[in-house]
Design a protein around this ligand. Sequence first.
Ligand SMILES: Nc1ncnc2c1ncn2[C@@H]1O[C@H](COP(=O)(O)OP(=O)(O)OP(=O)(O)O)[C@@H](O)[C@H]1O
Ligand SMILES: [Mg+2]
Length: 324
Amino acid sequence: MKVGLTFDLRSEYLKQGFSEEETAEFDRDDTVVAIEETLNKIGYRTERIGNIRQLAEALVNGKRWDIVFNICEGLYGIGREAQVPALLDAYQVPYVFSGPLVLALTLHKGLTKSVIRDAGIPTPAFNLVRSVEEVDRIKLPCPLFAKPVAEGTGKGIDASSVINNYAELKERCKYLLDRFRQPVLVETFLSGREFTVGIVGTGDEAHSVGVMEILLNPDAERNVYSYVNKEEYEELVMYELSTGSEARACEKVALNAWKALYCEDAGRVDIRFDHKGIPNFVEVNPLAGLHPFHSDLPILSGKNGVTYPELLRMIMNSAIKKIK
Ligand SMILES: Nc1ncnc2c1ncn2[C@@H]1O[C@H](COP(=O)(O)OP(=O)(O)OP(=O)(O)O)[C@@H](O)[C@H]1O
Ligand SMILES: [Mg+2]
């Protein structure tokens, strides 16, 4: 079976003059190499396609694949993650991971939370702030948490994301609006322990491949799994496999969220406990990082005894059911 690979390489965009932060979500060369070599090892033929422009050119020139393994995060617009699967749908080429509806929705953390709340899944109360004036309309009690509504990899998140009063909230919203040019998601601060759940499968076949607690070292930015803590995780963060009752509670929330959002094949759901000890949905990552040693999904799977080849085998087994 011929598997095309679509990806956004960080190194290529850095060469074109994009900044470290602009390219933070893009993939390292060794991630693509690892995916390619592992797919070959488990019996798939692979062909590198590249980013959306290279994909578009290949499709127009009549190239086709049995399935495309898509990890493109995209560059422009709120639909950036949805663009590759939308294009593949147009050419009736099946692909691994979620489709355009899910990838466009979940990039917007506010709209995603509306769906999650509607499904009866616990998630902090929230407001969207589109201008500094709108801060005056917020009625949520502090402490609050503020983040850009559509970024990942901890962008715009640091120790000042935790808000203790409305003066701080105004200042933070002003900073985030100026810097990221998109609405700010303001939500109740979750003060409890933090976990991330790895999921493989679609619908009723979705299951957890492991739950990992995020533990911050004393030198880390406090309280948050921030941009800096993520970039320097080897010194600042400890990851611990979780297997007890908290893990089961996190899995339940994560799987309910995964199914409510119609996510496909594999990804991660981030969970944090509130002050009452209830696990809350924070966000879902339907295109989770796949670096074999540095990304959370392979790390938590490995800690749970699921090797990288086994993880990719399970992901492919889920995805090839989409080939008609
Ligand atoms: N409401 C909240 N209360 C407490 N902490 C929060 C809240 N929302 C986010 N955080 C903290 O900020 C971190 C990053 O938030 P979130 O997962 O939404 O961002 P991200 O940048 O999309 O992450 P990823 O790298 O997983 O894509 C969380 O892991 C958590 O530590
Ligand atoms: Mg996250």
